[in-house]
Design a protein around this ligand. Sequence first.
Ligand code: CUA
Length: 335
Amino acid sequence: MHRSNDFKFILPAMGALAVLLLAGCSPDSPTWLNPASPNAAKATDLFNLIFLISVATFVLVEGLLLYSVIRFRRKSTDEMPTQIHGNTRLEIAWTVAPALVLLVVFGFTWQTLNELETMPTGGVKVKVVGSQWWWHVEYPDLGVVTANEIHVPVNQPVTFSLEGKDVIHSFWVPELGGKRDLVPGKVNTTWFRPTKIGTFRGACAEFCGSAHANMRFTVVVQSQDDFNKWVAAQKQDAAAPVSDLAKQGEQEFVKGVCVACHTIGGTAAKGTVGPNLTHFAARKTFGGGIIENNTENLKAWLKNPQALKPGNIMVIPKLTDTQVNALVEYLNGLK
Ligand code: CUA
């Protein structure tokens, strides 16, 4: 009687567990099951192989177990079976067989890691510095500095040098490559060769403080032509403001506290604590890749940056509506 009562809870419990697990599977979440570079594909292949081996092992072991439990279960007429201890042949078999399986897994893992660790020569070089809680992005050979949005050409190797400014962060674009830590005082490297044009989401994959979950970025993979155009535009100084309101905004910017942290190429703003804003309006997001870059959000941000991203280090005096409108007009012109 007890038993059937216990079983009543199993189905609902399994259902609830499945709902919890699947809740993580939003259709627009980036996943390494959807590789867009040979680097990510290698990791996916390795995962699939290890998963297959694990499933086969599970089915074999559980199958033998269930078979034995049913086939050799005790009947009411059975006597006490012979009592035995140890079986050398069996014990050697179940030690050697798993060791061989693990040796196969080790071999494939070793091979994949070696292939992923071999840095290509040439291609595009990108330096990324992780800070609480945004990404400084620099192309040393191209003279471009931006933030939170990495543009790369398709079918070219992209090599990254990765540094941490304050604490350890981790650079991860699931569809393009594996994780690599950004450690203060150390330069790490990683690379990938994107094979699909499109926008890929990246995130910090190492807990780095209260806004760790709000430390995102995007990788925009473009045709070589589009990439060249982007580089040419990024190398320019900031566009001069045209309207009176935008001119007022520029004055607010260069005479206010903004210059302590931000650079805008071609102006007096040369701060390096926060993201470079020279071509701010060309970026799709701000605030560490989490806030859509539009007029409404930008106004809300300037009125109270802490409300949109609690814990970030942009602490500014309260601005009047006129100041906010002028600054937004100016920033919106920085294409
Ligand atoms: Cu940076 Cu988590």
